[in-house]
Design a protein around this ligand. Structure first.
Ligand SMILES: [Zn+2]
Length: 266
């Protein structure tokens, strides 16, 4: 009931032109063979450019995740502020997409698995992950770099001690590399449990990002909307407004109802 009420409030606010905060989660921006991208996580450069145009046309300002979190903590629901994040540090993304964001004078956040820098991505073998030197250059250029575990493993499947170690060690490695404090991370695959949220705090993170779509703004389970190759500018606007999950569920329910009507109707 609460979820429905929140959604209705969102719909009413969005119709009235309210600009809710959002966090988007991108992976790949560039080109990859369809067979090598079964989940459709690679966007073309052209589509990504249209996404940035859409965000600009809505008069949003893009901040890093930690800046956005501070703005939210200071004033719940700050208008006209959002963040885009990139998981895994794929070189096509770091070389294509991040410069496009920086050229517009915006910030962004990048989450990298520290044990895989300069190596092939374990789940996308045709793709490479940025090297330590590239990551340091991006950090020097103003990109917020956060951790994404050491080995890009599903932390929910590890014993607690190992999960904690993955989070702690990746933060320490990045701090050594970047010579600055690292206070943000993203859970690999967006997989998180309440226990992991506590572990993220214990490992020294102020903000830890999930991938759960819309939801309450929690420091160690920050909701992000995943973005796919199928995310048209219209879908992007729905995601930015925090309406995509409920709208998708509603569309599914309507289609199920239609299907039932065809089955039992005359
Ligand atoms: Zn990842």
């Amino acid at each position: 009931m609460n979820g429905a009420r929140t959604w209705l409030t969102h719909v009413t606010g969005a119709v009235r032109g309210r600009h809710y905060p959002f966090v988007l989660c991108y992976h790949g921006v560039g080109s990859v063979a369809a067979a090598d991208d079964p989940q459709g996580i690679f966007l073309s450069i052209e589509l990504f450019e249209r996404h940035l145009d859409t965000i600009a046309a809505q008069n949003y300002e893009l901040l890093s995740v930690s800046e956005l979190w501070r703005a939210i903590a200071h004033q719940p629901g700050p208008a006209g502020k959002g963040a885009i994040t990139f998981d895994d540090g794929l070189t096509q993304t770091t070389r294509n997409a991040i410069p496009m964001v920086l050229e517009r004078g915006w910030a962004c956040s990048l989450f990298v698995p520290t044990g895989l820098l300069g190596k092939r991505h374990p789940d996308a073998p045709t793709e490479w992950i940025a090297s330590a030197a590239e990551v340091r250059e991006l950090s020097d250029a103003g990109v917020e770099v956060g951790a994404h575990s050491v080995d890009h493993v599903d932390l929910t499947r590890l014993p607690h001690v190992q999960a904690l170690e993955q989070m702690r060690r990746s933060r320490e490695t990045l701090e050594d590399l970047l010579a600055k404090p690292v206070k943000t991370m993203a859970y690999p695959f967006g997989a998180v449990t309440p226990r992991l949220m506590e572990a993220a705090e214990e490992a020294g993170y102020e903000v830890a990002c999930a991938c759960s779509g819309a939801g309450p703004w929690l420091a160690r389970c920050l909701p992000r909307e995943p973005v796919f190759a199928s995310s048209s500018p219209l879908r992007l606007r729905i995601k930015m407004a925090g309406l995509y999950g409920p709208a998708y569920a509603l569309a599914g329910a309507r289609s199920a109802l239609r299907h039932r009507a065809t089955r039992v109707g005359p």
